[in-house]
Design a protein around this ligand. Structure first.
Ligand SMILES: O=C(O)C(=O)Cc1ccccc1
Length: 287
């Protein structure tokens, strides 16, 4: 039985999404994998890197709040991991508490930083005086408030209310109605080319010199390769030095992508392959 790790505990958005992802994959449905909850994203990805688990399922970016920096940074640091699938899951944030309670009475709000960021306007407008407390996940936040009878609330998935015996004070409190998170499944080997459209994720380390990024992007443009995403993260070595996460259309062994990789190598630009995997097509309800 395959072991798949996710950011837990039970009731997190990651758990909700991994169940839906498994249901969408006929080959995983035949012998259901064992799901293992991890408390943090680095611990989960390093456990996969060290082969304690077969696969790790992690959030990568959200349509409202943007990149999940810790996932990107850890993927950059690990050596034996490849993204093998992506999965887009729509996210409805709920405000949960022990009992029905007027918003003015809520003194503290617990949640994951991504969830707090997705509900920033709601929190400013309706809970301006509540203290915001960041937790390792929305489910951890929900679990924390469930054992203490105070005027505290948590932001998390609807299902966490049932699991932790809490009341749904408000639903759909995220600032953008259409709010979706892109999760990726990470494993130990490169996925094979699919029957449909694939994409390739690369980590490019550019020099801090005039035109460095222009030359990198030019290699893709010259070969008519479409870039679907480019994000920078600090190199963590020096202020003002960055690494770039680039997603391009196509499978890594497609000749134009191989040509770009050769050209970048010749220019001494270092590139780490993060994976090649089937492109997810978001459900219409999401976008
Ligand atoms: O905290 C969770 O429940 C997670 O799985 C991370 C997360 C948080 C907010 C949106 C999507 C994923």
């Amino acid at each position: 039985m395959k072991k798949i790790g996710y950011l837990g505990p039970k009731g997190s958005f990651s758990e909700e999404a991994i169940h839906l992802f498994i249901a969408s994959q006929p080959e995983l449905n035949d012998s259901l994998p064992e799901l293992i909850a991890f408390p943090t994203i680095p611990r989960l990805l390093f456990a996969c890197n060290d082969k304690e688990i077969d696969l790790a399922f992690v959030p990568l970016e959200n349509s409202t709040e943007g990149q999940v920096g810790v996932t990107m940074d850890t993927l950059g640091q690990t050596e034996h991991l490849f993204i093998t699938n992506e999965f887009i899951h729509s996210i409805d944030q709920c405000l949960l508490a022990h009992e029905p309670m007027p918003l003015e009475q809520i003194e503290r709000v617990y949640s994951h930083e991504q969830a707090i960021g997705q509900c920033r306007d709601f929190l400013e407008n309706h809970l301006p005086n509540a203290q915001q407390i960041t937790c390792l996940s929305t489910a951890e936040a929900t679990h924390r408030i469930s054992s203490i009878r105070e005027n505290w609330a948590a932001i998390g998935p609807r299902r966490a209310a049932q699991l932790y015996n809490l009341h749904l004070v408000r639903e759909c409190i995220q600032d953008a109605t259409l709010n979706a998170t892109r999760f990726v499944l990470v494993g130990h080997s490169l996925a094979e080319m699919s029957d449909g459209e694939d994409k390739t994720s690369l980590l490019v380390i550019a020099e801090n010199t005039p035109g460095a990024l222009y030359r990198i992007l030019g290699e893709f443009a010259k070969r008519h390769i479409n870039l679907s995403r480019i994000e920078s993260r600090p190199s963590k070595r020096k202020l003002g030095e960055y690494v770039f996460f680039v997603d391009v259309d196509g499978y890594v062994f497609a000749p134009p992508i191989q040509d770009v990789l050769w050209a970048l190598k010749e220019e001494h630009i270092s590139v780490k392959l993060l994976g090649s995997y089937p492109k997810a097509h978001p459900h219409e309800r999401i976008f």
